[in-house]
Write a protein that binds this ligand. Structure first.
Ligand code: ZN
Ligand code: ZN
Ligand code: FE
Length: 763
């Protein structure tokens, strides 16, 4: 007699990124494979599966649920409980049920290979359909209005699927089985072309051809994309790129370039295996690459820099446009200056009208704004320079659960905010600099969307120490019961420690441009002994006067004046810093320093790079933050170099790093005709060696062996990789930014980590 296999029933609850990633269809297929009965459904942010069948099959199912999950899914946990068998037949995808639990929202996913093939296959019914997607790819976060993730709660709800699409949606063997965004030329969204003033409208294929023709002629075309508008121009046309610069009021900041294939990227720049993997990843960020000398690119793309930002097409519309244009295109944010990027049709027609010659538009609404992400690879590190499309809104875990939901409002520049519920941090995509009403409005809109989407009602606001920041005003105006403050550099270190789950004390090197210190000075090169509960400032860059305050970040020669005061006036080493600066102006600024008028004291690594660039005669005026540091890094290249003197002394109970001898040596070297690239390399090595020395001294004095590197200065690949290497050679454990990047984009998460920790201790 045959043994009847034992039969049982289970209920599985799967948490993680499991909605909008083809998870339910996958479960359906898997259940079919093992002959299991039951159903699967989305319940708020989780997936619930009910199964009946043989015990061995159920066990195999649970195993393969993890091993064969769809590529974009991320399974955090599977809870499995035994339930009573109900003797059901077949397997269904049941209606979604909403519940007030944690709600992960999937990120947008670049067009997959299969869809790309179908897009260019004349035999396929979606041949050249600009909105082709499947279960594995397409827009998600940017079109989701609410959870659970169903077409009815996305901006695709405006497009009722035709009979053929509906049949694919319902067919369990189809690659579009339960694809919420599926569409075809009969039922999907439309594209059209129009002039800057709305004239000369043309639809469909014609629209893409007209856009490509306009680009050939050097026009600026506003392209409605996935998370917002791009401004596109022909990347090989120098005049067109310059025109875009002048219209956008952006004289030097580099523009990113979009190409269609990896081979096309390789024709522009050198691409390592690691870089190829990031370039072709589902997030498709802008990746900073070393351009080839013979690359057909306009010289105005990234003046003075040794990197060019390249991304691959990530929507079907991009593929079609690039194919028709048959050249690489500049694709930069559709905004003026640093305003938020435009997303709406009317908004774009108003705000971008003066910037573009024409528009390439479509009628699928963008619900949430999301910029392109930016990444660079440095040795073993992926440095996330901007975390947005493809990464946000995937939550980042906190090392401790917060007893109260909270909102950390983030910093002044490169703002993001973070909403916390329990142990999950929902970090917003890059918002930008909080200057002006437009930015503040954008902040509020994003905050409202996030609160609704993730169902978090904060009870606590967390903000920076700076009393004057717009973010501080925002936090105060939210009207929450409690407001907590976190010092900027403490937040930097906390962010990196927390993403690694570290809550014990560390030695933190926080190097950046500007942060408000607890003594009221401008901080930016700090060594903190800290954990999530607090910090002690163990070392700092020696204070220098910044005549003109914030103005010194743009007029770099002013920083040099501050340092020259420390060196004793009339040092010939500083002469090059003032080349072209009128003597009367320079004298006035010297007076500002000696009399201490509008000359705040600063210990900023960013300003030290600025001073070095001025003293070397590389740059005296900057048009964007970090410009001088990027140029010095480019000049230094991979050149080996010995450090120059950068001594450490003790004063006021802490170690002081004194860069005056270093700056003097740089100026002297330049005066004696030493190669500027070599001096830039020696400058980098000096910062590396002194940083390593001070970290070792502090670590030894307090008996710690973990060093955290954080702050925008660690976007500099040479600093990051060299300091990491040298610290590891000293047997110190080094933690660097991975999930959120080193710059101020991570501040809100760091603020959240500190607040969650304090609240969990009952502070
Ligand atoms: Zn696809
Ligand atoms: Zn259809
Ligand atoms: Fe910072």
């Amino acid at each position: 007699m045959a043994v009847v296999p034992s039969r049982e029933a289970r209920r599985l609850t799967v948490t993680g990124v499991v909605q909008g990633v083809g998870f339910r269809p996958f479960v359906h297929r898997l259940a079919g494979r093992f002959g299991l009965a039951g159903w699967v459904r989305n319940v708020a942010g989780t997936v619930e599966i009910r199964l009946e069948g043989a015990t061995a099959s159920l066990d195999r199912f649970e195993q393969l649920l993890r091993d064969e999950a769809p590529p974009v899914a991320r399974i955090d946990e599977v809870q499995s409980v035994a339930v009573d068998a109900a003797g059901v037949d077949g397997f269904d995808i049941a209606e979604s049920e909403d519940a007030d639990t944690l709600r992960p929202v999937p990120p947008d996913v670049a067009t997959c290979e299969q869809c790309e093939r179908e897009l260019l296959d004349r035999e396929n019914r979606r041949y050249r359909h600009p909105f082709i997607t499947c279960t594995d790819c397409g827009p998600r976060y940017t079109i989701i209005d609410d959870l659970p993730y169903d077409r009815a709660r996305t901006s695709m709800k405006a497009f009722a699927p035709c009979a053929r699409c509906a049949a694919e949606y319902a067919a369990s063997g189809d690659r579009r089985f339960h694809a919420e965004t599926l569409a075809c030329p009969d039922c999907g969204p439309r594209v059209w072309f129009e002039g800057a003033a709305g004239e000369g409208r043309a639809n469909g294929e014609q629209a893409i051809l007209l856009a490509a023709t306009a680009l050939h002629m050097g026009a600026v075309v506003g392209v409605r994309g996935l998370g917002g508008f791009h401004l596109a121009v022909d990347a090989t046309n120098d005049a067109a790129v310059r025109r875009l610069r002048s219209r956008k009021h952006r004289d030097a900041k580099p523009f990113a370039v979009m190409v269609r294939t990896l081979d096309e990227a390789r024709a522009l720049a050198r691409v390592s295996d690691r870089e190829a993997a990031v370039l072709t990843s589902r997030a498709r960020p802008i990746l900073l690459l070393r351009p080839r000398a013979d690359a057909p690119l306009a010289s105005a793309l990234a003046p003075g820099l040794d990197r060019v930002g390249v991304m691959l097409a990530y929507t079907p519309l991009h593929h079609l446009l690039l194919k028709s244009a048959d050249r690489s295109l500049v694709m930069t944010s559709g905004n003026l200056g640093d305003e938020p990027i435009a997303i709406g049709l009317d908004e774009a027609r108003t705000r971008l009208r003066s910037l573009v010659d024409a528009f390439l538009l479509h009628d699928r609404d963008i619900v949430s704004r999301c910029d392109d992400s930016v990444v660079r690879i440095a040795g073993a590190h992926d440095i996330l320079l901007r975390r947005a499309r493809g990464y946000a809104p995937v939550p980042v875990a906190l090392p401790v659960r917060s007893p109260h939901p909270l909102i950390a409002v983030g910093p002044h520049l490169k703002n993001t905010f973070t909403l916390v519920r329990d142990g999950q941090a929902f970090v917003s995509p890059h918002i930008g600099d909080l200057d002006g009403l437009e930015a503040m409005e954008h902040w509020r809109q994003s905050y409202d969307r996030y609160r609704a989407l993730f169902r978090v009602e904060p009870a606590v606001a967390v903000r920076d120490l700076h009393p004057g920041y717009l973010s501080t005003r925002i936090a105060d105006e939210l009207g929450l019961a409690r407001i907590m403050t976190v010092q900027h550099h403490h937040a930097h270190i906390a962010a990196v420690a927390a993403e690694h789950g570290v809550t014990t004390p560390v030695v933190g090197l926080a190097f950046d441009g500007t942060g408000y210190g607890d003594d009221g000075n401008v901080w930016g090169a700090e060594v903190l002994v800290c954990d999530l509960s607090g910090y002690r400032r163990a070392a700092q860059l020696r204070y220098v006067a910044l005549p003109g305050g914030d103005l010194a970040a743009r007029e770099l020669w002013r920083v040099a004046v501050g340092y020259e005061a420390l060196a004793g006036w009339q040092s010939p080493a500083f002469a090059l810093a003032y080349y072209g600066v009128p003597l009367s102006l320079r004298t006035g600024v010297q007076l500002q320093v000696t009399q201490g008028v509008n000359a705040p004291r600063a210990s900023s690594m960013g300003r030290l790079f600025d001073a070095a660039a001025a003293v070397l005669g590389v740059r005296r005026h900057a048009s964007f933050e970090g410009q001088a540091a990027m140029e010095l890094e480019a000049l230094a290249g991979d050149m080996h170099a010995a450090p120059l003197p950068f001594p450490i002394y003790e004063e006021a109970g802490r170690l002081q790093l004194d860069p005056v001898p270093l700056l003097t040596a740089l100026g002297e070297g330049r005066r004696h005709g030493v190669d500027v690239g070599l001096l830039a390399a020696r400058f980098h090595e000096s910062v590396v060696e002194t940083s390593v020395d001070v970290a070792r001294l502090v670590a030894a004095s307090v008996g710690l062996d973990t060093v955290v590197l954080a702050g925008g200065s660690f976007q500099n690949a040479r600093l990051l990789t060299r300091i990491t290497r040298r610290l590891e050679e000293s047997h110190l454990h080094v933690l660097t930014a991975e999930q959120l990047g080193p710059n101020d984009g991570a501040i809100s998460y760091g603020q959240a980590a500190v607040a969650a920790w304090k609240l969990s201790r009952g502070d």
